[in-house]
Every structure is written in C-alpha cells, then in structure tokens.
Design a protein around this ligand. Sequence first.
Ligand code: SF4
Length: 87
Amino acid sequence: MSALQNAKKTDDGVMVNGFLLSPIVEQCQGCDRVRDFDEQQFCASYPNPSSKWAGGRCNFATHAKIEVAAQAKVNPLKASKRAAKGR
Ligand code: SF4
C-alpha cells in the first residue's frame, strides 16, 4: 500500500493541503484509495471517509466498482428510451 502524499502531522491531527483528515472507516477496507500514514489509514480522495458512507455506499470505492458500473450502463439507456417515447 502506498503512503499518503503531502501529509503532515500537526497538533490537530493529520493534514493534507489544508484539510484535516479522519481515518478510514470499516467499509473502506479493500479500497484502492486507502493510504498509510503515521500507523493509521486514510483515504487518498476524501478527508472524511465516514461521511462518504453515511448516505450509503461511497461512490469512489474501488472495491464496490462493479455495481456502480452496471448502474451507469442501464441508466442512460432508460433515459434515452423515455426521451424517445415523449416525442
Ligand atoms: S474512496 Fe471511499 S471507500 Fe475508498 S477509502 Fe475513500 S472513502 Fe473509503
């Protein structure tokens, strides 16, 4: 696993580019965006992983990609069928 880039340890916690980071949550285990820093694990994409899971699945989770890709395939098709009917 690669290290977290631009991370600095401060009195407040671990910061990257001015954002205070919260460690990853349980649901993040297995995601490619998890990074190691200071014996903790953080997300390379979000400062607060728990909020990414608060409303359901994290939309950037690489270990949950298959379902997201399948949804993305179906939806534009339905949308175009609906549009064609409406004409
Ligand atoms: S991208 Fe989502 S699932 Fe992956 S580590 Fe970040 S918050 Fe967790």
